[in-house]
Write a new protein. Sequence first.
Length: 265
Amino acid sequence: MPRYDLDGQVAIVTGAGRGIGRAIALRLAREGAAVTVADIDEASARTVSDEIAAAGGSSLPARIDVTNKHDANRVVRQTVARFDGVHILVNNAGIGAIAPLMETNEATWDSLMNVNAKGVLLCTQAAARQMIAQGKGGRIINNASGAGKIAPGKDTPLGAYAASKHAVVALTRQFGFELAEHQILVNCLCAGIVDTAMWDLIDREIARRQGVPAGSVKAKAVAGIPLGRIQQAEDVANMVAFLASSDASYTTAQTFDVSGGLLPY
Ligand SMILES: NC(=O)c1ccc[n+]([C@@H]2O[C@H](COP(=O)([O-])OP(=O)(O)OC[C@H]3O[C@@H](n4cnc5c(N)ncnc54)[C@H](O)[C@@H]3O)[C@@H](O)[C@H]2O)c1
């Protein structure tokens, strides 16, 4: 059942072909929004878009590489052509990589900063230009990470990832201030350990490095979550739906912890 009334709203969700982005796209569609399902993997974008259509929602699949400003601008244009506007952007696309900072090479650094940080810059610029032209405000919701607030520590070598996600928190605050006069609200989520392919990769890579069984790294991390269960993509989507709704109309430039109590602040 819909909880928020997003009828007439149009959303773009990046990285929506699987994992958290898919859950966000499905949830926003269930709330009544028309959703552009944007992903670098066009086939998965199409699958999720079909899922939305099968459930009675409106959706458009689109290929996007968030590191490319022409892609970002094109996806906004395609969305406007199909749905007559853009009201919500969810910057969700992201990648991870495991390496201690002392072993992090430039290629890894560049790809993480490009997708996770520059992607947020370019997609926000593209969508916000459209929202400003529409003159009716908008919502931009960034999917950072707990690693956007804390350093994950020596046993979880996600240093470059953490740097890129700290950048997302900073982009959220600054865009929030710069876009406030246009009533475009910019907020950010910091999730914990979400049960997706990304954490499977983290688990596999750290387990390999530490010489422990696959699955054990994730199990140990989950054991430290105060709410006692691994996070589901839908837990993140719940918060996105709230931040996209009229109930969140007096909140901007903020970062919200959605981590089952894992994050200290
Ligand atoms: N899984 C977690 O525990 C966790 C925790 C906190 C934050 N996050 C963040 O949530 C977001 C989604 O994570 P997930 O776990 O669903 O990951 P995932 O790997 O399952 O999905 C990421 C999606 O982004 C797409 N993508 C990758 N590069 C892209 C690019 N250049 N342009 C467009 N799309 C691209 C992929 O094709 C994929 O569909 C990421 O930003 C991630 O950093 C994840």
